[in-house]
Design a binder for this molecule. Structure first.
Ligand code: PHE
Ligand code: ZN
Length: 861
């Protein structure tokens, strides 16, 4: 924590130096107890670049310290500012320390902590220093052996990385186990779990015939809810063999689910630890989206075994080396196991909703940042999702075979090392004899590029000229940008025939502007550009509504088709907002009708007919006006609801009576059905409201029940309270479902939503120490554009109070939740002043964490 006078230190990429000492081996001995755990660690240290040995250690009660067996006295070392410094004379020593820590007092959930009676660890990025003294940086790779002793009744299961090599009984009802991980690893991949757990077990035989024992460890009652995660794990293992040629490398792979966890999950070597939200799933408690997320996160963590663990990061500025690549891998895995088009639509929607906002705000940073105060603040959509888009562009530019050759060289060259993004790019260059100099700018420059597009058709020569011009707005610390290397997937469709004219082609825009000429264009064309979202950019194309409607009916790339309809809707909505009008354009109504009648995959239709989110509409406006956006968008939903009433009812009825099944087809039908119901309810069709209430009561699955609850919660009808009460009564003992109950109300557009959220923050089931619960209420409310941005500033004050209330308990939660306030510049003067005032109030509060300090001070700068 900070005192008033000190501002946190900035860490810079430019200051990177190789480690002064390496630690080839570490032996840990844990005497586990939830109140006081004793950790004995024995480090073998070897001189690297030289200088004194400096070990990180945070909040450790030091009990004893020795070097080569000789106890150190007070004068032989110093321990200040979370650093233990020892001057050593030789080139190799054994440094042994004994410390005491308290898992139960650890509300930050970093290091060793207690969660519902079990003990577990979280070390990425800098949690290991809260367990023992160590050079806590990813380029120090060590062989770990771990012994732990604990009360056998409370902690019958003892797990760590690698293989269990010995176990036995101790005195006083205690028992012990010893684990050894043969692969050297950075300390952020260390993990330990002790608890009363049961496992769903299975096995996997790798391509080369190695038998791997798989276990997912949860509370006994939850074992039946692990099947989906286990199946996802096995298909991930197979997929990585088939697509990347990567096999699993240990005899054991364990996953543990915990209820209190800061992020989604963690890829510790051989012992992944998951937020239970991304493991437990059954029809009664998990939605289709939850099932998809479980599979995606299981795959993501598994894929880290090669992209993250076997090859890790040299320093935390390289975070996207493992995260961007691993997100790209999990996206492709999901695309291969469901609808590729719908997956792409979902990923792009998320990128635009979160990453584009980040890129245009005060916290914008490159995929490879150059400085940070608190690394926990850099687990961002830019590092993860834009990082994945950069890999996707590389794969597009190279083509499948060359991309695979580059990956193979990367794995061959760097297995067992801690490397940089530069090493990754270089491997692709060297494998393929390419120069990717300009492409590297995607890692170095922040901001979302805009590409202006215009085109001219010449009937006489049957050619089309396309003018392209790119520009990228300034971001903090980067006033002007050099041009990016942008892959643009382009196709033409006949204005009259609707047919595709020729093959799609990939244009590479490298200069700030360029003119491309396409020949043999048989008829006047409509241009489809950035198909499949081939680059993470914004396109400015002066396309008419007719052209967009045309593409939404004829483009043969489903993403482009979706995109055309979204742009048509966006044009309609932003026009209406500008005119202060609420009339929906008939072109939009017709295009939505045509999409409903298209006979395409219901999952696709369900996505395509949704209007752009209020946040995304706001992004297109010079000043965000949340009330106008909400008013016009709702009015447009009403118009679509009433004018297409029959079609929505037939979409609803056609997809309603399927008995619950979990496969892509059934999920798609549920999706379309619930989207249709949403439009009917938006139009206040009384029959729709009673149908929704019936669906809420009769549903045989969480997707349908929650969809109905969500619709009712935004209405001012009697069924609202009845449904909320029934849902709470039914699921009050299921924390993951109760999170949905909180989130649904926090996202409600009911006029009293703010008061309801304030009341919920005093509810007996609310918690600030459980990140899932805190995020369900506070995080969701921060994303509720119309209600969070209530004109009187009540939403801002409430959020700021919650940030301050949680900061002393869990600073990562606090820093995440405060972010919506940092977007004040995008709003009108009154709201901006209110938001700023809350940021200033937070900044003036004594004892702020460095996490919150960094976000708020940058947000005000
Ligand atoms: N490395 C984890 C992942 O993305 C995320 C994570 C970061 C988890 C920090 C916990 C703490 O897979
Ligand atoms: Zn990851």
């Amino acid at each position: 924590m900070l005192d008033a006078a000190s501002t946190p230190q900035v860490t810079r990429l430019a200051d990177y130096r190789p480690p002064a000492w390496t630690v080839p081996a570490i032996a840990l001995d844990f005497d586990l107890d939830d109140k006081a755990t004793r950790v004995t660690s024995r480090l073998t240290v070897e001189r690297g670049e030289g200088g004194p040995l400096v070990l990180d250690g945070e909040g450790l009660r030091l009990i004893s310290l020795s070097v080569d067996g000789k106890p150190l006295g007070d004068g032989d070392y110093s321990y200040a500012d979370d650093k233990l410094t020892i001057t050593l004379n030789g080139d190799s020593h054994i440094v042994e320390s004994v410390v005491e820590i308290s898992p139960i007092a650890n509300t930050q959930l970093m290091g060793l902590y207690a969660s519902e009676g079990m003990l577990c660890t979280q070390c990425e990025a800098e949690g290991f220093r809260r367990i023992t003294f160590f050079p806590d940086r990813p380029d120090v790779l060590s062989r770990f052996t771990v012994k732990m002793t604990a009360d056998k009744a409370r902690y019958p299961v003892l797990l760590s990385n690698g293989n269990r090599v010995a176990a036995g009984e101790g005195k006083d009802g205690r028992h012990w186990a010893e684990w050894e991980d043969p692969f050297p690893k950075p300390c952020y991949l260390f993990a330990l779990v002790a608890g009363d757990l049961s496992a769903l077990k299975d096995e996997f035989v790798t391509a080369s015939g190695r038998k791997v024992e798989l276990g997912i460890w949860v509370r006994e009652a939850d074992v039946p809810r692990c099947r989906h995660a286990m199946d996802a794990l096995k298909s991930s293992m197979r997929w990585d063999e088939q697509v990347y040629g990567r096999e699993y490398d240990l005899d054991l792979f364990n996953i543990v689910a915990v209820s209190d966890f800061n992020f989604g999950a963690m890829e510790n070597k051989g012992l992944n630890i998951f937020n239970s939200k991304y493991i437990l799933a059954d029809a009664d408690t998990a939605t289709d989206l939850d099932f998809d997320n479980v599979a995606a996160v299981v795959a993501h963590e598994y894929f880290h075994n090669w992209t993250g663990n076997r090859i890790t990061c040299r320093d935390w500025f390289q975070l996207s080396l493992k995260e961007g690549l691993t997100v790209y891998r999990d996206q492709e895995f999901s695309a291969d196991h469901g609808s590729r088009a719908v997956k792409r639509i979902e990923d792009v929607r998320m990128l635009r909703a979160v990453q584009f906002q980040e890129d245009s705000g005060p916290l914008a940073h490159p995929v490879r940042p150059e400085s940070y105060m608190e690394i926990s603040n850099f687990y961002t959509a830019t590092i993860y999702n834009k990082g994945a888009e950069v890999i996707r562009m590389l794969a597009t530019l190279l083509g499948a075979d060359r991309y695979r050759a580059g990956c193979d060289l990367y794995f061959d060259r760097h297995d067992g090392q801690a490397v940089t993004i530069e090493d990754w790019v270089k491997a692709h260059e060297d494998a393929n004899g390419l120069d990717l100099t300009q492409f590297r700018r995607w890692y170095a420059q922040a901001g979302t590029p805009r590409v202006a597009v215009s085109s001219r058709y010449d009937a006489a020569s049957k050619s089309l000229e396309i003018d392209l011009a790119q520009s990228t707005p300034p971001t903090p610390g980067q006033d002007s940008k050099a041009p990016f290397h942008i892959p643009l997937d382009v196709a033409l469709f006949g204005r009259d025939s609707g047919a595709r004219l020729g093959d799609p082609r990939l244009i590479e825009l490298k200069d700030s502007s360029a003119t491309i000429r396409l020949d043999d264009v048989a008829e006047p064309p409509v241009l489809s550009i950035n198909r499949g979202f081939s680059a993470p950019i914004a396109i400015d194309a002066p396309q008419t509504r007719e052209e967009l409607a045309h593409l939404s009916a004829h483009d043969d790339d489903p993403f482009a088709r979706y995109e055309a309809l979204q742009r048509l809707a966006l044009l309609t909505l932003t026009d209406a907002i500008r005119r202060g009008d609420e009339v929906a354009d008939p072109a939009l109504v017709d295009a939505v009708a045509a999409t409903l009648d298209s006979g395409l995959d219901p999952a696709f239709i369900g996505e395509a007919v949704l209007l752009p989110s209020e946040a995304f509409i706001g992004d297109q406006m010079p000043t965000v006006d949340p009330d106008a956006i909400h008013g016009v968008r709702e009015a447009t939903r009403r118009t679509l609801g009433s004018q297409l009433n029959d079609r929505w009812w037939s979409a609803y009825r056609a997809n309603r009576d399927n008995r619950y099944e979990l496969n892509p087809e059934a999920k798609g039908r549920r999706r379309l059905k619930n989207v249709a119901l949403g439009y009917l309810v938006a139009d206040a069709d009384p029959k729709a409201v009673s149908t929704t209430f019936e669906q809420f009561g009769d549903a045989d699955n969480m997707t349908d029940r929650l969809a109905a609850l969500g619709l009712l919660t935004s209405l001012e009808v009697g069924e609202r309270e009845a449904a909320l009460a029934a849902f709470h009564a039914r699921y009050k003992n299921d924390p993951l479902v109760l999170d949905k109950w909180f989130a649904t109300q926090a996202l409600s557009t009911h006029p009293d939503a703010l008061d309801q959220v304030i009341a919920l923050s005093r509810h007996a089931d609310f918690s600030r120490t459980n990140p899932n619960r805190f995020r369900a209420l506070i995080g969701s409310f921060g994303a509720n554009q119309p209600r969070f941005h209530a004109a009187d500033g009540g939403g801002y004050a409430f959020l700021a109070n919650e940030v301050l209330a949680v900061d002393g308990l869990n600073s990562q939660s606090a820093a995440r939740m405060v972010q919506p306030l940092t977007r004040w510049r995008r709003f009108g003067a009154d709201r901006a002043a209110l938001m700023r005032a809350e940021l200033e109030r937070i900044l003036a509060t004594p004892g702020l964490s460095k996490d919150v300090y960094e976000v708020v001070s940058k947000g005000l700068a």
